[in-house]
Design a protein around this ligand. Sequence first.
Ligand code: MTE
Ligand code: HPA
Ligand code: MOS
Length: 765
Amino acid sequence: MNKQAEPFLVAAAAQVGSDRAHESAHLHVAGEATYTDDIRELEGTLHCALGLSPVAHGRLVAIDVERLRAEPGIVAVFTAADIPGPNDCAPIVKGDDPILAQGAVHFLGQPVFALIAEDRRVARRVAARAREFVTIEPLPALLTAREAHGAKAYVVPPMHLARGDARRAIAGAPHRLRDQLSIGGQEQFYLEGQISYAIPLEDDGVLLHCSTQHPTEMQQVVTHALGLAANQVHVQCRRMGGGFGGKESQSALFACVAALAAKTLNRPVKLRLDRDDDFMATGRRHGFEFDFEVGYDESGRVLGVEIDLIANAGFSADLSPPVMTRAICHFDNAYWLPNVSMHGYCARTNTQSNTAFRGFGGPQGAIAIEFILDSIARRLGRDPLDVRRANFYGVGANNVTPYQQTVEDNILQPLTDRLESTSRYRERRAEIAAFNEASPVLKRGIAFTPVKFGISFNVNHFNQAGALVHVYTDGSVLVNHGGTEMGQGVNTKVAQVVAHELGIPLASVRCTATDTQKVANTSATAASTGADLNGKAAQDAARKIRARLDAFADQKFGGRRDIPFGELVQAAYVARVQLWSDGFYATPGLSWNRETMTGKPFFYFAYGAAVSEVIVDTLTGEHKLLAADLLHDVGTSLNPAIDIGQVEGAYIQGYGWLTMEELVWHPKSGVLLTHAPSTYKIPTANDMPSVHFRTALFDAPNPADTIHRSKAVGEPPLLLPFSALLAIRDAVSAVGGHRVDPPLRAPATPEAVLDAVDAVRAAER
Ligand code: MTE
Ligand code: HPA
Ligand code: MOS
């Protein structure tokens, strides 16, 4: 830093790396934070509701628009025929995601028409009667990934990644194991549902308030569908009430419909989904089915493994291709697999189109190898942690991933050592064994699982960000950047970075709504990169201003250190120094070859490990999460309070996915039966670990040159609760004296646990 120019550097060091409240915490707790539906409605605002397909697959013969229009209170009706541009809001595979059904319906719940009314309730009531107004000739539906895989129905061609000779290694191995695993999907269950509020502007413009992780993409899809230019479409998002990946691409349909209606009727139109409709119309985390065969030695080292990963993509491609890519690039998790062959299938089914969800396929890929190592350990009678350690990536050797990236920042060993000791893993395992010996019905179980998660979008060009920093003459600062706030605290972190660069208190810095008119061509706030990318971009902007102020202070005040920021800024303004700046950042050194699935897709890896302990009632299948010890790597934390919140939240969210959140589609009609909190169980405060829940950050700077040497935190800790699922498996395994692999599926609902208990008992007989 420029030595002479520190006059206004007051307590700068405290702005990053310290616990800071979320920038909107005071508004959240008072109910004063403005979400899209809280924006005061303009006079003349109309409301929209969507008529959903009552059939899982069929030919869409007719929509009785005349009768719909004649319903009392209905102002207008829109169908695919009313869309001026292409009827498509697909993020990747163009043409695959219709806005409104056209020619055919592909899942039960697909939006077919849009109704506009003065009163939202009127629009919704008529829309709920959709089946009375549509004529559909049913066609056979594929409802499960396995069925679609059998029919070779895929949304994109299968993906393959191999290293070494897996078949040969398996054939020559001392031990072999062939098995299957089924992992269910997961609803994002953002508290604020999908919503868009479109306001027509002069000269063919439109303003869209949208709950979205990707304002730029909303701008692009609306531009495309309405036949406008990007400079006519203005998208804003101050905050979301949660996104979790569910608003990365899937906010698009609602943005397009609201904009279409607003432009056509020349009145503001709001489209806010009812929770049940949100479940019925949008996709979620992909459920995966796995078929695998593995060869291993006496120490539990995996010599060769071949695996099919079959994802339920739903009816369209949406983001399934990069989700599958990330799944394949995370099957290795923490382990060096010398011979591996992976085959990824994105099965096209007649269900909602599955999409991004925290971890983006990474959790699904990695859980398979954890399940495999768990089985290997049981078969060898070894502690699963010893088997895991035997397979860990090495330092300096055995450190190249199947996709040919070298793991250069491996901290698995020290991190595992620390958690093994702080959690008293070995002692507790012995205590649990003694407990189970004396307890025929209640069985306890424990598991230790590590995490390695690659940070960066696996589409290289998304790894860029922009920011705009304004310093006003009173010394207050306004920051705008391409990231979106969904509760994860990106605004707080970016504000801390800017306060640090300018040497001013955090209270002087304010973040504003994400806005396509301020920073253009932004990426989704996703892949956990929000703070990494936008923090660097904002730092770049702040540094430019700082450099100008430094030069000015040198010249004007000759290195004096005691000039208040406001005074300096005022003087600089008078001297006609530019007090605002843009900033830009692009992650260096990335490469990816989609054909060969090799390169350097990740700037660095984030690591973590968890120990979970459960108690299972083997008569009812119920369990209780007793304890969780989490140790997670966030590099040098920008804000430990926020990071611990992210780690704990991700742990519980992933625990919900693996143990209680069950999606059930009716096997004949294809209706999603679990479409509301009454039937879809997410974790609550009561599901938190009841004895202890201990979270610590592994405090070591990121060797990669990230913003203040921090690491991304949003998604990686979602993999920590693998330990909870495997702890349940361990408890069930105790029923059979740990001689049989329980065939436990996820979610490990009481039903699934009882099935596994039965299978263990049957095998023992
Ligand atoms: N935390 C909260 N509170 N709400 C969210 O919607 N989304 C997660 C994670 N943490 C989410 C969250 C997901 S899916 C991602 S990719 C990251 O936050 C995105 O934000 P970041 O990149 O700024 O961490
Ligand atoms: N994560 C989230 N969204 C994405 C990714 C990713 O890795 N790649 C493309 N879109
Ligand atoms: Mo997160 S699934 O990358 O939005």
